[in-house]
Write a protein that binds this ligand. Structure first.
Ligand code: AMP
Length: 116
């Protein structure tokens, strides 16, 4: 989508600090980190949110989760653990309407303030 900031990152029109890329998935550091490690994982295909996925997206969504796990491991988060957050829709605080997982981790000790 032309006016989507994450599509522009996919196309290289907006810079990002990439941590992983393949033909389907891109991961890059969040510009305004809310945890010591805060990386976003996106499908390159424009999908607004989980509200909009359907059966045709099954394989891509499998890839999305498997690659997010690999990215978290690459970031060194497996030992202490990490959170995955996906905001879907205005009411959940979604600001960028291109599906993304937040990988959040790197805290010392418990992730205080992040318990749900
Ligand atoms: P959400 O509220 O789930 O839609 O989160 C959107 C996230 O995208 C926020 O954490 C922003 O800090 C992040 N963000 C917005 N623009 C950029 C950008 N150009 N590069 C990296 N992260 C961004």
């Amino acid at each position: 989508m032309n006016d989507c900031i994450f599509c522009k990152i996919v196309k290289g029109e907006v810079p990002s600090k990439k941590v992983f890329e393949d033909e389907l998935i891109l991961a890059f550091h969040d510009i305004n980190p809310k945890a010591p490690v805060h990386v976003l994982v996106i499908p390159k295909k424009h999908i607004s949110s989980l509200i909009d996925i359907n059966n045709n997206d099954k394989e891509l969504m499998g890839n999305f989760l498997v690659k997010a796990s690999a990215v978290a491991g690459k970031l060194g988060l497996n030992d202490k653990g990490y959170k995955i957050v996906v905001n879907n829709g205005n009411g959940a605080g979604q600001l960028v309407f291109h599906l993304h997982m937040h990988i959040l981790g790197g805290w010392e000790g418990a992730a205080s303030g992040w318990q749900i």
